[in-house]
Design a protein around this ligand. Structure first.
Ligand code: CP
Ligand code: NVA
Length: 301
């Protein structure tokens, strides 16, 4: 592994190894307290963040490394100087680049022109650090992830696309339920279904909310992702049947609820579900750090 740009670039073994390492780091953090000693990581964010920024910063600190956050005070990436020059310059000093960008192409350019590992901290196409933390959270609840039945309901976005690749590699079953016109990207779906087939899993897409039945976990995310200018008032009625509420959880028979956060309470999910017994939202948030630290140790340790 040279970079961590998307889950789809991993083999099944690499994904399992990352999950196993994350669990080891979480269980015995003191054994990894010097893993990044002398290493510096630059974080480059074009979009806002709470969880990703804080979990990388504190996580790198816990591994004995140093991290530096760059926002867009120097102007949008590629405006003041090219992404190529940005990448080659940062590579002179930093040992890795963590980037959150509007376009996935920008992250690919950083990886292409820089000489240090690049980690995708969210792009328009993927959120691989999130998916890794999500499968870590599920692995803590379920013995065998190949038997997992996961449903993603709502907008087919970056988070759903990374989850599809993770489920596919694990040989799990994933149902993606979206309103018509809001499915994940067709190319990503075809790729994820191809990988799922190789590993004995299945990715099913439907507009039918009744397909929630018989799953272990229900996952949702915002109906409007960062960089999408859609107004909530324009889509709210169309998305309303896809809200995760008590009735939907009961219909699904699902034990667990998941959300990458930030959530819009009362929009894609109700308070009773967010704060309910089976909610894994804080496990997911905590596990961001352990999952990312496994990525950092693998790439730099
Ligand atoms: N889940 C997640 O990536 O949260 P932030 O946008 O706050 O980093
Ligand atoms: N799909 C959301 C995830 C935020 C963590 C977005 O891209 O805005």
């Amino acid at each position: 592994m040279k970079h961590f740009l998307s889950i789809k670039e991993l083999t099944q073994q690499q994904l399992l190894d990352l999950l196993a390492l994350a669990r080891k780091i979480k269980a015995k953090p003191q054994e990894y307290s010097q893993a990044l000693k002398g290493k510096s990581v630059v974080m480059l964010f074009e979009k806002p963040s709470l969880r990703t920024r804080v979990s990388f910063d504190i996580g790198i600190n816990k591994l004995g490394g140093h991290c530096l956050y760059l926002d867009q005070q120097n102007g949008a990436l590629g405006k003041r100087e090219s992404v190529q020059d940005f990448a080659t310059n940062l590579s002179c000093w930093a040992d890795a680049i963590v980037a959150r960008t509007f376009s996935h192409g920008t992250i690919e350019q950083l990886a292409k022109y820089g000489s240090v590992p690049v980690i995708n901290a969210l792009s328009d196409l993927y959120h691989p650090c999130q998916a890794l933390a999500d499968f870590l959270s599920l692995a803590e609840q379920l013995d065998d992830l190949s038997k997992l039945k996961l449903v993603y309901i709502g907008d087919g976005n970056n988070v759903s696309q990374s989850l599809m690749y993770g489920a596919a590699l694990l040989g799990a079953r994933m149902t993606v339920i979206c309103p018509a016109g809001h499915f994940p990207d067709g190319h990503e779906v075809t790729e994820a279904q191809r990988i799922a087939k190789q590993h004995g899993g299945e990715i099913v897409l439907t507009t039918d909310v009744n397909a929630v039945q018989s799953h272990d976990a229900i996952y949702t995310d915002t109906w409007i992702s960062m960089g999408d200018n859609t107004a909530l008032t324009d889509i709210r009625a169309k998305f309303a049947p896809y809200q995760v509420n008590g009735a939907l959880m009961a219909q699904a028979g699902a034990k667990y609820f998941m959300h990458c956060l930030p959530a819009h309470r009362g929009v894609e999910v109700t308070d009773e579900v967010m704060d309910g017994e089976g909610s894994l939202i804080l496990d997911q948030a905590e596990n961001r750090m352990h999952a990312q630290n496994a990525v950092l140790v693998t790439l730099l340790g």
